[in-house]
Design a protein. Sequence first.
Length: 129
Amino acid sequence: MKKAGILNRHLAGALAELGHGDGVLVCDAGMPIPHGPRVVDLAFRAGVPSFAEVVDGLLAELVLEGATAASEVRDANPAAAGLLADRFTELRYVSHEELKELSAGARLVVRTGEARPYANVLLRCGVFF
Protein backbone atom coordinates (compact mmCIF):
# COMPACT_ATOMS: atom_id res chain seq x y z
CA MET A 1 0.00 0.00 0.00
CA LYS A 2 1.23 3.49 -0.82
CA LYS A 3 1.89 5.70 2.16
CA ALA A 4 1.98 9.09 0.44
CA GLY A 5 0.80 10.93 -2.63
CA ILE A 6 -2.37 10.02 -4.49
CA LEU A 7 -3.91 6.96 -2.86
CA ASN A 8 -6.87 6.48 -5.22
CA ARG A 9 -5.80 3.39 -7.18
CA HIS A 10 -7.64 4.38 -10.35
CA LEU A 11 -6.14 7.85 -10.43
CA ALA A 12 -2.62 6.71 -9.44
CA GLY A 13 -2.68 4.07 -12.18
CA ALA A 14 -3.97 6.49 -14.81
CA LEU A 15 -1.26 9.03 -13.92
CA ALA A 16 1.44 6.36 -14.25
CA GLU A 17 0.31 5.73 -17.84
CA LEU A 18 0.66 9.37 -18.95
CA GLY A 19 3.45 10.49 -21.24
CA HIS A 20 4.95 13.66 -22.64
CA GLY A 21 2.31 15.79 -24.35
CA ASP A 22 -0.69 13.94 -22.92
CA GLY A 23 -3.63 16.03 -21.77
CA VAL A 24 -5.34 15.82 -18.39
CA LEU A 25 -8.61 17.68 -17.88
CA VAL A 26 -9.36 18.54 -14.26
CA CYS A 27 -12.98 19.60 -14.19
CA ASP A 28 -15.84 20.67 -11.99
CA ALA A 29 -18.89 18.49 -11.47
CA GLY A 30 -20.81 20.22 -14.28
CA MET A 31 -18.31 20.00 -17.13
CA PRO A 32 -19.51 17.80 -19.99
CA ILE A 33 -17.27 14.72 -20.11
CA PRO A 34 -16.21 13.88 -23.68
CA HIS A 35 -16.37 10.33 -25.01
CA GLY A 36 -12.93 8.81 -25.41
CA PRO A 37 -10.64 9.84 -22.56
CA ARG A 38 -10.28 7.67 -19.49
CA VAL A 39 -12.32 9.17 -16.64
CA VAL A 40 -11.56 9.07 -12.95
CA ASP A 41 -14.58 10.51 -11.15
CA LEU A 42 -13.63 11.71 -7.67
CA ALA A 43 -16.88 13.63 -7.04
CA PHE A 44 -18.47 12.61 -3.76
CA ARG A 45 -20.71 15.53 -2.79
CA ALA A 46 -21.05 19.10 -4.00
CA GLY A 47 -17.67 20.68 -3.28
CA VAL A 48 -15.93 17.44 -2.28
CA PRO A 49 -13.21 17.10 -3.33
CA SER A 50 -12.63 20.70 -4.31
CA PHE A 51 -11.01 21.80 -7.54
CA ALA A 52 -8.10 23.27 -5.53
CA GLU A 53 -7.42 20.02 -3.65
CA VAL A 54 -7.32 17.97 -6.83
CA VAL A 55 -5.20 20.48 -8.78
CA ASP A 56 -2.69 20.70 -5.94
CA GLY A 57 -2.55 16.90 -5.62
CA LEU A 58 -1.89 16.51 -9.33
CA LEU A 59 0.75 19.25 -9.34
CA ALA A 60 2.65 17.31 -6.68
CA GLU A 61 2.70 14.22 -8.95
CA LEU A 62 3.05 15.49 -12.53
CA VAL A 63 5.58 17.34 -14.65
CA LEU A 64 3.68 19.88 -16.73
CA GLU A 65 4.59 22.02 -19.69
CA GLY A 66 1.34 23.94 -20.08
CA ALA A 67 -2.20 24.58 -18.94
CA THR A 68 -5.36 25.92 -20.60
CA ALA A 69 -8.48 27.34 -18.94
CA ALA A 70 -11.69 29.05 -20.04
CA SER A 71 -11.47 32.83 -20.13
CA GLU A 72 -14.92 32.99 -18.52
CA VAL A 73 -13.41 31.83 -15.20
CA ARG A 74 -11.98 35.31 -14.59
CA ASP A 75 -15.43 36.91 -14.27
CA ALA A 76 -17.58 33.97 -13.15
CA ASN A 77 -15.31 32.37 -10.54
CA PRO A 78 -12.64 34.67 -9.07
CA ALA A 79 -11.51 32.02 -6.56
CA ALA A 80 -10.72 29.48 -9.30
CA ALA A 81 -9.19 32.22 -11.47
CA GLY A 82 -6.88 33.19 -8.60
CA LEU A 83 -5.89 29.59 -7.98
CA LEU A 84 -5.07 29.07 -11.65
CA ALA A 85 -3.06 32.32 -11.83
CA ASP A 86 -1.11 31.31 -8.71
CA ARG A 87 -0.34 27.78 -9.87
CA PHE A 88 0.36 28.30 -13.59
CA THR A 89 2.69 31.04 -14.81
CA GLU A 90 2.10 30.17 -18.46
CA LEU A 91 -1.68 29.77 -18.43
CA ARG A 92 -3.42 29.97 -21.80
CA TYR A 93 -7.03 31.17 -21.95
CA VAL A 94 -9.59 30.09 -24.55
CA SER A 95 -13.38 30.27 -24.65
CA HIS A 96 -15.29 27.69 -22.64
CA GLU A 97 -16.59 26.21 -25.89
CA GLU A 98 -13.03 25.80 -27.19
CA LEU A 99 -11.94 24.22 -23.89
CA LYS A 100 -14.73 21.66 -24.25
CA GLU A 101 -13.53 20.89 -27.80
CA LEU A 102 -9.90 20.59 -26.67
CA SER A 103 -10.87 18.29 -23.81
CA ALA A 104 -11.98 15.64 -26.31
CA GLY A 105 -8.28 15.11 -27.07
CA ALA A 106 -7.33 14.59 -23.41
CA ARG A 107 -5.99 11.22 -22.36
CA LEU A 108 -7.45 11.52 -18.85
CA VAL A 109 -10.36 13.40 -17.26
CA VAL A 110 -10.40 13.89 -13.49
CA ARG A 111 -13.83 15.03 -12.30
CA THR A 112 -13.95 16.83 -8.96
CA GLY A 113 -16.94 17.65 -6.79
CA GLU A 114 -16.42 21.37 -7.42
CA ALA A 115 -19.77 23.16 -7.64
CA ARG A 116 -18.61 26.60 -8.80
CA PRO A 117 -18.61 27.44 -12.53
CA TYR A 118 -15.63 27.22 -14.89
CA ALA A 119 -13.36 25.43 -12.40
CA ASN A 120 -11.69 23.51 -15.22
CA VAL A 121 -8.14 23.27 -16.51
CA LEU A 122 -6.57 21.22 -19.27
CA LEU A 123 -3.03 20.23 -18.27
CA ARG A 124 -0.34 19.21 -20.76
CA CYS A 125 2.21 16.75 -19.41
CA GLY A 126 5.89 17.49 -19.73
CA VAL A 127 8.98 15.40 -19.22
CA PHE A 128 11.23 15.38 -16.15
CA PHE A 129 14.53 15.62 -18.08
